[in-house]
Ligand binder design. Structure first.
Ligand code: PMP
Length: 339
């Protein structure tokens, strides 16, 4: 019989899928590492197990314990799945700007979700960050993984995402691209790949409103770079310990609109129903590839999550129109014909 002992054993070994349409005019081979094949539909499943098992080894999480994390959704989903088999309780604090679907998914897998106001400073006692910290202090045998500064995050990608890409490309990968939030994905994967091939080039995709690109180029933490943006899961107004700037060669910034349009193109033209930051990664990476990629190059772009989480946003035409993101329609729909 071939079966997995639990759902967490299905995490990882996600496929590489060639991009065929959106890559028109680009030389070389462009492959997507499609992370929505993970059971929680995102790349963050990988770090959940890594952070929990690290805490168990260090004795800071014991049987019957509670996991408390501030999350925009994906890390919470991974933690919830890993917690089920191990018998831990989960409490997640979320800012009220996050989509209701994300909160409902977490509740569906047994987590308690506490919704906190978005528009308060991080050190305000009502912020999702402060509430998580307070619960961690007040609940005995509880763990606050803190995915931003917990290096078990980067480590998960060093031992899984990197080796999988190296194996599946037969060591022929020449370029790696990923969007950056906590930095764990790009740093762990790139560190592994550069150890195999020091010539490998790594491109980080950042968003307007975030500090990473400017910091890489100047070494200055410029608060003038910080302003509101919409794309979820990427860009920061802090420098998380998981961003290792030494293994990221260059950053490119992508707008909310360009990312949304590319995510929709990936769904319609490649059949890859992916999340918003996947659009960021592909738009930015292809912009770079158009100028630099040569025939023998192999570029792998990591796609972090699934489109279901964004149905009410980038996959909703009214929402897209309200935000000025909808391109002119080029075709007649069936409704245009019958009305
Ligand atoms: N995209 C999405 C949708 C995410 O949830 C995350 C995780 N914050 C990322 C990209 C970036 O991954 P990382 O935190 O590993 O940099």
């Amino acid at each position: 019989m071939k079966y997995y002992n639990s759902i967490v054993d299905t995490i990882g070994n996600t496929p590489l899928v060639k991009l065929n349409k959106v890559t028109k005019g680009i030389r070389g081979t462009v492959l997507a590492k499609v992370e929505y094949f993970n059971p929680g539909n995102s790349v963050k499943d990988r770090i959940a197990v890594s952070m929990i098992e690290d805490a168990e080894r260090r004795g800071i999480l014991k049987p019957g314990g509670t996991i408390i994390e501030g999350t925009s959704g994906n890390t919470g989903m991974g933690l919830a799945l890993a917690a089920i088999g191990k018998g831990y309780k989960c409490i997640f604090t979320m800012a009220d700007k996050q989509s209701k679907e994300k909160m409902d998914i977490l509740r569906a897998v047994g987590a308690e979700v506490i919704v906190c106001p978005t528009n308060v400073a991080p050190d305000d006692p009502r912020s999702y960050y402060s509430v998580a910290k307070r619960l961690n202090q007040e609940i005995p045998n509880s763990l606050y993984p803190n995915q931003y500064d917990n290096l078990a995050n980067t480590e998960a990608h060093y031992v899984s995402t990197g080796p999988e890409i190296w194996r599946d490309t037969d060591g022929r990968i020449t370029h790696f691209a990923a969007s950056v939030g906590t930095g764990g994905t790009i740093s762990g994967t790139s560190r592994f790949l550069k150890e195999q091939n020091p010539q490998l080039f790594t491109l980080g995709l950042d968003t307007y409103g975030s500090v990473f690109k400017k910091y890489k180029e100047t070494g200055v933490f410029d608060t003038g770079e910080i302003y509101p943006y919409l794309t979820e899961g990427i860009g920061e107004d802090i420098l998380p310990q998981n961003v290792d700037f030494d293994v990221i060669d260059q950053f490119i910034k992508v707008t909310d609109k360009d990312a949304a349009i590319m995510a929709r193109r990936l769904s319609r033209e490649e059949g890859l129903f992916v999340g918003w930051s996947c659009g960021t990664a592909v738009h930015g990476a292809l912009e770079w590839a158009r100028e630099h990629l040569t025939d023998d190059d192999v570029l792998v772009i990591l796609l972090p999550d699934h489109g279901t989480r964004y149905l009410a946003k980038i996959y909703n035409d009214t929402w897209m129109n309200d935000h000025g993101f909808l391109e002119n329609r080029q075709f007649k729909t069936a409704r245009d014909i019958i009305t």
